[in-house]
Design a binder for this molecule. Structure first.
Ligand code: NAP
Length: 306
């Protein structure tokens, strides 16, 4: 057992998957939970929490590890509420998809005797809520931690051992670097998927039926990504604004170059460009982050970065 008592604040996809994984591995003695709505709390009580509280302050009492698993925009409010109730020596981590905004919102509320170690599992699906979690979500997925220079090495090692026991590959990263890397590999791809689905939606010439009927031609994967939780993604774009705008600017430049090559009939350029991008895809499969199955392995437990 790594932590005798774990408190999960927010009981959606990530928290419920953590609970299932911790239970399967016997990694904690007690899982206590809190979520905003009575409905979510009831489902969590039934499916994966030993105890569910009516307030976040009550849930964190005497917890050895507290996990903040709410949308990024709600982290500060929760931190302010739980700060005075945290046990000295406890570790607080979060799973937010953006790190600088979470550090800015949470750190000021953390008492000196508490170890705050921000984190982000690069694992998720387009489903949300307390029924969507499963124990293997983090298997062979990255879990990035962004400790600071003053982070207690023992607290860090303990948190790392929990995440590794849930199947994750853990790596430390600088906060600002995390936000830039995630803008490239996750946030901007989501922005593009949302936009592409929006384009199809506005195209009166392509009937709704045709879009659905022929969606396997590439559009289907965009719709899967664009089905992700609207609150979570609203908060990601509002809080990782600078990095996302930087990468979107670069994307627009690349798109113009591609547009020009198509207009000019520059087949050589297109072939060389697509050969390079194909090699990147091969690298992802070789790194075990996706499968080469024609449906991108998505008939198995769905996995995508978040
Ligand atoms: P989710 O399934 O939508 O669950 C969110 C949970 O937070 C729900 O239990 C919700 O309670 C609670 N909540 C929302 N607003 C709240 C507030 N203001 N105060 C208290 N509780 C509140 O979300 P998730 O996918 O697990 O995401 C949680 C965090 O993980 C987010 O920060 C997200 O950026 C990050 N993340 C997500 C993914 C992904 O792919 N989904 C991947 C990596 C990291 P109710 O149910 O009662 O509304």
């Amino acid at each position: 057992m790594i932590y005798p008592r774990v408190a999960l604040i927010g009981l959606g996809l990530i928290a419920s998957s953590m609970a299932h994984a911790m239970r399967a591995g016997g990694l904690t003695g007690e899982i206590v939970g809190y979520a905003r709505s009575a409905e979510t709390r009831a489902v969590a009580r039934e499916l994966f929490c030993d105890r569910v509280c009516d307030t976040a302050a009550e849930a964190v009492r005497d917890a050895d590890l507290v996990v903040l698993a709410v949308p990024v925009g709600a982290m500060g409010e929760i931190a302010a509420e739980i700060g005075p109730h945290l046990k000295p020596g406890a570790t607080v981590t979060d799973v937010g998809s953006v790190k600088q905004a979470v550090v800015d919102a949470v750190a000021p509320h953390m008492p000196a005797a508490v170890h705050f170690i921000p984190g982000h599992p690069l694992a998720g699906t387009e489903y949300s809520g307390p029924r969507s979690g499963f124990a293997t979500l983090f298997q062979n997925r990255w879990w990035l931690l962004t400790p600071s220079a003053g982070t207690d090495p023992e607290a860090l090692a303990r948190l790392r051992s929990l995440l590794e026991a849930m199947g994750a590959n853990v790596e430390d990263m600088d906060v600002a670097h995390h936000d830039l890397v995630l803008a490239v590999v996750s946030h901007v791809p989501h922005a593009i998927a949302y936009t592409m689905v929006g384009v199809a939606d506005h195209m009166r010439r392509v009937s709704q039926q045709e879009v659905i009927k022929y969606s396997a031609s590439g559009f289907r994967d965009f719709t899967r990504i664009a089905a992700s939780d609207p609150v979570m993604w609203r908060d990601v774009f509002l809080t990782n604004k600078e990095a996302v705008l930087d990468i979107l600017g670069r994307f627009a430049e690349e798109l113009f170059v591609l547009q020009r090559a198509i207009r000019m009939g520059d087949g050589e350029h297109l072939h060389a460009y697509f050969t390079r991008t194909r090699a990147i895809r091969r690298g992802i499969i070789e790194a075990g982050q996706d499968t080469a199955a024609p449906d991108f392995g998505r008939s198995a437990p769905p996995a995508k970065e978040g």
